[in-house]
Design a protein around this ligand. Structure first.
Ligand code: DQA
Length: 139
């Protein structure tokens, strides 16, 4: 199975960014461990702070990957272009993840343009949201 993990803006700073919300552990390190934990899966791991680069990555991986796990960060709430890209690719097993519980935060975080283009969403379980997404694809 080929899974493409795509992370959006400011997620490179998880571990130091707003630790009261996102915790103290680095997302980069967590994803490295996650990849090592599931050697039977071929992962790609991409992060960018730039909307167009996220779209390029979705287009690059999205016809070939069996699944996409995407945390679009704040673009979740603004980007019709990312949602269009997710709809445009062949991959249909797309999971939206968030580290924090976006429904328990500011009102504007409750709307996701990404969610309707996804099979499902997982949020609020900290970094474990990513592993839960992997497990949902395996079982
Ligand atoms: C986030 C939630 C978004 O609202 C926020 O803009 C982020 C992180 C999360 O993983 O909890 O950057 O996607």
């Amino acid at each position: 199975m080929k899974i493409s993990i795509i992370n959006g803006p400011n997620l490179n700073l998880i571990g130091t960014r707003e630790p009261e919300i996102y915790g103290n552990d680095s997302l980069n390190e967590y994803i490295k461990l996650l990849i090592r934990k599931y050697p039977s899966i071929t992962f790609t791991d991409f992060q960018s702070n730039i909307e167009g680069e996220l779209i390029n990555e979705i287009q690059l991986q999205g016809d070939d990957a069996d699944a996409i796990i995407i945390n679009a960060g704040a673009y979740t709430h603004t980007s019709i272009a990312i949602a269009d890209a997710l709809r445009a690719v062949k991959c249909k097993k797309i999971i939206e993840v968030h580290i924090s519980n976006v429904y328990a935060r500011e009102h504007y975080r409750r709307e996701s343009h990404i969610a309707p283009a996804c099979m499902g969403s997982i949020c609020g379980f900290g970094l474990k949201s990513y592993e839960l997404a992997v497990l949902s694809l395996l079982h």
